[in-house]
Design a protein around this ligand. Structure first.
Ligand SMILES: C[S@@+](CC[C@H](N)C(=O)[O-])C[C@H]1O[C@@H](n2cnc3c(N)ncnc32)[C@H](O)[C@@H]1O
Ligand code: SF4
Length: 380
């Protein structure tokens, strides 16, 4: 198996819960038993190694939650176990998502020693008032200092910003993104604020006390984002991700290109091919219940399902059209045994939503804004 293969490690704890976030992240004021959790991660790694051997790992991603709350020694032990089970490809990309507080920045040198070669910082906004509204634990200056330190320690650094925030005008976003691009390294993730069900932001939104930009303004902000990043040499390679050509996140590309990955930790998802069939697995979301299950059975599985050829093809379409490189129609045909309806493809191309170059089908920037509609029509 020469295809890329990644490991995702989910650390589900945060110092505080941000009011917009619906990731599987929890606050434990009494602290957590990190050694016990590490033993749980190592047990799950052994379990996955028994399912998915015979390939080397091309990327590892520590996500969360806030994995920068993990001790460097914990991160190092996980990387070492992965290397022992599968072997690491020579150019393996090893990323950790860090919150840019000064406390966490103290860990950067230790992470480098532990084997990380890429850091992704959750900056979110570059003004203090917005950071406060977003419930963040750092100021803009603290985030910029953490970013400067990350760039000294790592060759590859990305950071995240959330835009289309309450009251944000195109002029304000232009100024903020221009400032961000001035500090950018080789990669930027720029997410439009999503109001996630069940979050404090959703409650405020429903009550009318949190007003996000209307669709036309959000589309204008998206357009502006594409233009400014392109001009700065960091074009979009995915709906929300921008990079110098060649600096795209290999781990994220693996999801969007439909390759295999094993997800370790509470709530993590996996897609692995076992005996020629793609399986979709997920883990128990509650950290303590996951740990109890791992300690009892060696894994914290919540579900394990074999995907049909149609489901694999649909996922490939759904994920692949997020990428500016698009999908390979030949591969899609191999996956589900049929080709897309040519008339429908032509009609969507005439509407300016798709481009077709031989067997390569991609959404245009306009199409990527209307991705759900596009996929519904293509998959119909
Ligand atoms: C797993 S999360 C957070 C990583 C890290 N704990 C942090 O907060 O910096 C990854 C990214 O998703 C983005 N994100 C989370 N919730 C979002 C939302 N409701 N709308 C848009 N972006 C969101 C943020 O930019 C965040 O950095
Ligand atoms: S955005 Fe990051 S720090 Fe905030 S709750 Fe979500 S995972 Fe935790």
């Amino acid at each position: 198996m020469n295809e890329p293969f990644g490991i995702y490690v989910h650390w589900p704890f945060c110092r505080a819960k941000c009011p917009y976030c619906d990731f599987n992240s929890h606050v434990r004021h009494g602290g957590i038993d990190e050694a016990r959790f590490l033993a749980g991660y190592l047990a799950e790694l052994s379990h996955f190694a028994s399912l998915a051997l015979a390939r080397s790992v091309t990327s590892i991603f520590f996500g969360g939650g806030t994995p920068s709350l993990m001790r460097p020694a914990t991160v190092g032990a996980i990387i070492e176990a992965i290397a022992d089970h599968w072997g690491l490809a020579d150019d393996a990309e090893i990323t950790l998502e860090a919150n840019p507080t000064s406390v966490e920045a103290e860990n950067f040198a230790g992470y480098r020693t532990a084997g990380l070669n890429r850091l992704s910082l959750g900056v979110q906004a570059l003004d203090d008032q917005s950071l406060k509204t977003l419930g963040r634990q750092h100021s803009a200056q603290e985030a910029l200092d953490a970013l400067a330190l990350a760039k000294r320690r790592f060759d590859r650094v990305s950071f995240d910003l959330i835009y289309a925030r309450e009251g944000q005008t195109a002029k304000a976003w232009e100024a903020e993104l221009t400032l961000a691009l001035g500090h950018a390294a080789d990669h930027l993730s720029l997410y439009q604020l999503t109001i996630e069900e069940g979050t404090p932001f959703a409650a405020r939104h429903a009550a009318g006390t949190l007003r996000t930009p209307d669709n036309a303004t959000a589309a204008a902000l998206y357009q502006l984002t594409q233009e400014l990043c392109e001009a700065a040499g960091l074009p979009a390679y995915e709906v929300s991700n921008h990079a110098w050509p060649g600096s795209e996140s290999r781990h994220n590309l693996l999801y969007w290109r439909g390759h295999d990955y094993a997800g370790i930790g509470p709530g993590a998802h996996s897609r692995i091919t076992v005996d020629g069939a793609k399986r979709a697995l997920s883990a128990i979301k509650s950290p303590e219940s996951w740990l109890a299950e791992v300690e009892a059975h060696g894994h914290g599985r919540a579900s394990d399902e074999a995907l049909s050829a149609e489901e694999v093809a649909e996922e490939y379409l759904l994920m692949g059209l997020r990428l500016s490189e698009g999908i390979d129609l030949g591969r899609l045909a191999i996956l589900n045994g049929q080709r897309l309806d040519e008339d429908r493809v032509s009609a969507l191309a005439s509407d300016g939503l798709l481009t077709r170059d031989g067997d390569r089908l991609a959404a245009t920037p306009k199409g990527r804004l209307l991705l759900n509609r596009l996929i519904l029509e293509l998959a119909a």
